[in-house]
Design a protein around this ligand. Structure first.
Ligand code: GRF
Length: 188
């Protein structure tokens, strides 16, 4: 699931195709037609489905359409790789323990859409990213992997975002691996 540039999506595809992740990215869903993620999917040959949130009456209706897409593609695990919509319990219940999100802060600090700006405004000297299982409240849920990066006095939102992004691309495949191993332990 992606809304924007899709660099995390591409990192996941790369981790599957070139190792170390023994998985297949079988489908991308986007909510913004023509977004960078959709363009990357085309280049990478990954099927892409558009569910434009503007065409749905409610968050729940959008999530039901997503679930139908995932079921049709027979997916085992769903990754919110820069999905800038609030998800509902319907999606969480459809993929229990199988819905992973990536967020550009060291959760539980700086939840929400402007995490990087919040970190800079707070003056923290350490920030980073978190991959976690999704609970209903935005940017909460059991943490799978975190990576920390320094915040430099000279940082802008762009420079800090670039440093965090590099770590996201490293930890997201690892988080998918851990989520899968956790499922194996829990359910066999
Ligand atoms: C990432 O920073 C992710 O943490 C946040 O949205 C951004 C997506 O970036 N949820 P990209 O589209 O994967 O490049």
């Amino acid at each position: 699931m992606a809304s924007g540039s899709g660099s995390n999506f591409e990192a996941l595809v790369g981790a599957c195709r070139n190792g170390p992740l023994a998985a297949t990215v079988c489908q991308l869903v986007v909510n913004n037609p023509g977004c960078g993620a959709a363009q990357r999917a085309e280049r990478l040959g990954v099927p892409c489905t558009i569910h434009d949130h503007r065409l749905f009456n409610s968050r729940e209706a959008l999530d039901q359409a997503l679930i139908a897409s995932f079921q049709a593609a027979n997916v085992d695990l769903v990754v919110m790789a820069g999905w800038m919509r609030i998800v509902t319990q319907a999606l969480i219940d459809a993929y229990p323990q199988r819905l992973v999100n990536i967020h550009p802060s060291l959760l539980p600090s700086f939840r929400g859409a402007r995490a990087i700006e919040q970190a800079l405004a707070a003056g923290v000297q350490l920030s980073g990213c978190t991959a976690h299982l999704v609970s209903l409240e935005v940017d909460t849920g059991p943490i799978l992997v975190q990576a920390a990066v320094p915040v430099l006095a000279s940082d802008t939102a762009d420079s800090l975002a670039a440093r965090i992004h590099a770590q996201e691309h490293r930890i997201l495949p690892l988080a998918v691996q851990l989520a899968a191993e956790r499922l194996e332990l829990l359910y066999g």
